[in-house]
Design a protein around this ligand. Sequence first.
Ligand SMILES: Cc1cc2nc3c(=O)[nH]c(=O)nc-3n(C[C@H](O)[C@H](O)[C@H](O)COP(=O)(O)OP(=O)(O)OC[C@H]3O[C@@H](n4cnc5c(N)ncnc54)[C@H](O)[C@@H]3O)c2cc1C
Ligand code: SF4
Length: 571
Amino acid sequence: MANLNTEAIKQHTFDAIVIGSGMSGGWAAKEFTEKGLNTLMLERGRDVKHLVDYPTTNMYPYEFAHRGQIPYDVQQANPVMNRCYIFHEDAEHFCVKDAQHPYVQEKPFDWIRGYQVGGKSLLWARQTQRWSDYDFEGPARDGFAVDWPIRYKDIAPWYSYVEKFAGIAGNRDGLDNLPDGEFLPGFPLNVVEQYFSNFVAKNYPGRHVISARCAHLSKPNQIHLDQGRAKCQNRVLCQRGCPFGGYFSANSSTIPWALKTGKLTLRPFSVVQEIIYDDAKNKATGVRIIDTNTKQVMEFYAKVIFVNAAAINTNLVLLNSKSKRFPNGLGNDSGVLGKYVAFHNYRARAWGEYDGEMEWTTDGRNPAGGGYLPRFRNVKKQETNFLRGYAAGFSAYRQMQTDENGVGESLKRNLMNPKLSGWKVGSHMMGETIPKETNTVSLDESKKDEWGVPQLKINISYDDNDEKMIKDYQEQMTEMFTKAGFKNVNVMDSKQAPGLDIHEMGGCRMGNDPKTSMLNKWHQMHAVNNVFVTDGASMTSTSTQNPSLTYMAFTARAVDYAVSEMKKGNI
Ligand SMILES: Cc1cc2nc3c(=O)[nH]c(=O)nc-3n(C[C@H](O)[C@H](O)[C@H](O)COP(=O)(O)OP(=O)(O)OC[C@H]3O[C@@H](n4cnc5c(N)ncnc54)[C@H](O)[C@@H]3O)c2cc1C
Ligand code: SF4
């Protein structure tokens, strides 16, 4: 413990500490404070206040110095971030600068980060699907990773709980591999998306193209209005921060809600270096941070600590939390910390054109992004030469096309009267990757960052299973598109490095056996019962769904358990 007097120690002592203020940390703060616990939330980045700190939210295209583009020199200076589609002038300020936050790529890995209050919840595409038992049973059935210590029934009530508060738009589709939730009205598919949905339902038993489910207030309930949020206006400028609170972010929802209780202390500019472990008490007692403004190293103490720094950073904090008892990272008796990292395979795309439905002129403004094709490969039994499967996005749109032919008056006339193109259709793959011992993150003790923390070494790659899955996706989409009457059908493999999917998971996985996993079924460390990990680091496998809804539900459930254990005196 640092040399603090009793009063200072008291001021630095809380019931609960939450590391990270993003998607999952926001939920931890909300749940702890609502249950009456004095909670400290530590965030390495700056504060971003809802409405106040969205500088571009109402800007017109011509008001941007570079008309929305990132200047060439900034692109060159940020090669990793520049590969992410979100890196445009309107959201650049919510993305990290590569040079300020270095890491070691033993193999190419595009690590996309948002270091600020709200984390990546400001930037996400808001796609939200539940897992089913086909996902939780995957590793045990197919013999990879370790068995999940929970099943759908354990998490289902918590999905409902977070969905009601966050606001999820979707239809009740009645699919057993993609359970329905507590939905606000779904956004409708456009005419060509609906055409493809009908075509697939008729011609491919077991395959469905549904309206994508997303965290938007299509029709707010009282609980959303109570948060100060309003109906989504379909502007689809969400990455700027929404002036209506139309989509769910920690900034618009969970953090202000927690602050209203008067129980939350939010401390931005606080990089957590490590969690402090007390050998005598066999507990974590607090955290050590560095204040990024003053460079002062400080300690804060609490009875329970939730690690929500986003999957890879959570691994970093835990690996860097060394003590006599845990020389290889906090709670790492099993030696699996930093291993079995997995992600989503977003490499492949398919596209084509459609010359039907030409009387429809929509060019679309659907915040849900169109359709979603849940996983249909190997769902109930193994049927292909690769393990697991992929989901796919599907959308159809028409674009305004400017005719640049002509000179003088005819050119002006052409420019002033852009024409609507025919229909274009597109799909992207969202594949499951298999967690492998060899896909790792570890510390490079020879390289420290500005805050004295060792840099992370990332050693993650695709494998043969991923290659087979890409091929299958390309074949299946080509077949479905062609049979549906789409023309000029094409597929591609971007060969992008892992990371750009922004769904990194694992490294601190759940499991029943402390010898092969870090966390029990409550996300509590097997070896340190007052430390919980509820972000992507805790994932035993990845399945194909967008992961954030599951992190939120996991977090609310784990806080409920932790508080009940605290009341019983077990923590
Ligand atoms: C462009 C984009 C699109 C996406 N689309 C989707 C989608 O459609 N659906 C979906 O489910 N997911 C999507 N995601 C992923 C989603 O954003 C993440 O799954 C989610 O934000 C993870 O939540 P988290 O709490 O683990 O991390 P974050 O939201 O990233 O929050 C972690 C926080 O911890 C802070 N932190 C890190 N290290 C430390 C430290 N040492 N000390 C203190 N603070 C620290 C960070 O600054 C950050 O604020 C998308 C992400 C991006 C960028
Ligand atoms: S689409 Fe909805 S949530 Fe997104 S910026 Fe517009 S109003 Fe806000």
